[in-house]
Design a protein around this ligand. Structure first.
Ligand SMILES: [Zn+2]
Length: 177
């Protein structure tokens, strides 16, 4: 019960400015708000999931099954476009390994953020991660920019064979330093 009480207090603390209004009024207002039960249930689910991972060692619950579900249910609605401002995008993004790599990286970063900061995950994700990568994928620097008329597979960066004897860092420690 202590755990639940603490969580309810956290919910209230997030939404109540104690400097300006009486707590009692604020609680009344909060409880009467339409989405109170949804919010409380969501917070409770998040808190229990965090507790299970941190204290009980349970496997972390993912919000999305994989990068495809993450794209369909999150990225796609979050990054709608209008007119011609998606020159770099291709509907066959999943067939462009570097686009898929970025989207998978965004998905895993999202899941990590969601566990650490469930209350601010969306804002932080969009600001620090999504906006950065989606600007690349939608713009002129996108690996899909050649697909404006029809899908064309992108190609890896060229790399000539590296001659034997080319100096490399001597140890992993050197690379890491
Ligand atoms: Zn394409």
């Amino acid at each position: 019960m202590d755990f639940l009480t603490q969580k309810v207090a956290e919910v209230l603390a997030d939404q109540v400015d104690v400097a300006d209004i009486e707590i009692e009024q604020a609680v009344e207002h909060l409880v009467e708000s339409e989405d109170f039960e949804d919010n409380l249930a969501r917070r409770a689910r998040e808190a229990v999931a965090q507790f299970a991972v941190a204290e009980l060692g349970a496997p972390a619950q993912l919000r999305f099954l994989d990068e495809f579900e993450f794209f369909d249910d999150y990225l796609s609605p979050a990054y709608q476009v209008g007119g011609f401002n998606a020159r770099g995008w291709c509907a066959h993004w999943w067939d462009h390994p570097s686009a898929r790599f970025r989207i998978r990286a965004m998905w895993t970063a999202y899941e990590s953020l969601a566990r650490r900061a469930p209350g601010t995950v969306d804002e932080e994700f969009l600001r620090f991660i999504g906006d950065h990568h989606m600007r690349v994928l939608l713009g002129d620097d996108s690996p899909m920019v050649g697909c404006q008329m029809s899908h064309k597979p992108s190609t890896p960066l060229e790399s000539a064979p590296i001659p034997a004897g080319t100096e490399t860092a001597e140890t992993h420690e050197e690379v890491a330093s």
